[in-house]
Design a protein around this ligand. Structure first.
Ligand SMILES: C[S@@+](CC[C@H](N)C(=O)[O-])C[C@H]1O[C@@H](n2cnc3c(N)ncnc32)[C@H](O)[C@@H]1O
Length: 223
């Protein structure tokens, strides 16, 4: 099985443990800074309509709704979308792999004032999806991408390539290892520009001032 297929499959296998980890606040970096960072970035755009791509169990869709946005969640994992719908029957959730979304912008139901990808761009081939999402933005809209910070996540090997997350930080749970594609900062910039977007801002959330960044958050607008 190639890494992209294994990546998608891992999210079905991990749906239950992932849902518990998110809902019970078991991911320290999220509590320390990264949840607040993506919420602040959304608030700054004051979106009327928001699309959360790779929404997982739906926490960001629920949070965006609480901010007053009309929010939609899309994910490739049926099990995660089922978990999202069960907790939040009033929001719109859709099972749609990125590969299909990239080919069919109409299926996404834009235009959106904000499109979020919170730790949800994990594969190698993402430029086509970003280019399609760019066409689903309102003229003043933005795509907000939060991901692993390349300098913190490099682990001594600063070059693009597939890595494996074994979730060993979550002891005592049966996690399926997840392949994910590491990108250098320059590689992120290339893929964003190649999708017809410009980087309007970069945030580097940290637990406290001066501490190493826990993530990187790109604010991308249409060129
Ligand atoms: C680390 S989880 C993040 C979930 C959510 N954004 C959050 O902040 O909790 C990554 C999500 O991306 C989704 N995903 C990854 N690759 C995908 C693909 N090719 N098509 C659709 N969804 C994908 C997974 O199913 C998973 O729900």
């Amino acid at each position: 099985m190639d890494p992209s297929q294994k990546l998608s499959q891992s999210w079905d296998a991990n749906a239950q443990v992932w849902t518990r980890a998110v809902r019970e606040g078991l991911i320290p970096s999220r509590k320390a800074a990264t949840d607040a960072a993506i919420l602040d970035a959304i608030r700054a755009r004051a979106p009327k309509r928001l699309l959360d791509m790779g929404c997982g169990e739906g926490w960001l869709v629920r949070a965006a709704r609480e901010m007053g946005a009309d929010a939609v969640g899309i994910d490739g994992s049926e099990a995660l979308i089922e978990a999202a719908q069960k907790l939040d029957p009033l929001s719109d959730y859709l099972v749609l792999p990125y590969e299909d979304a990239a080919e069919d912008p109409d299926a996404l139901g834009g235009p959106f004032d904000a499109i979020t990808l919170n730790y949800a761009l994990l594969g190698e081939t993402i430029q086509g999806l970003l280019a399609t999402l760019a066409t689903c933005l309102t003229p003043s809209g933005a795509i907000l991408i939060q991901t692993l910070h390349p300098w913190s996540a490099a682990d001594g090997r600063y070059e693009d390539g597939w890595r494996t997350e074994d979730f060993s930080a979550f002891e005592g749970e049966a996690w399926e290892p997840m392949p994910w594609y590491f990108r250098t900062l320059a590689s992120w910039q290339r893929v964003i520009a190649g999708a017809g977007l410009r980087t309007a801002g970069i945030r580097e959330p940290a637990a406290e001032p001066g501490a190493p960044p826990l993530s990187i958050l790109f604010v991308c607008e249409r060129t």
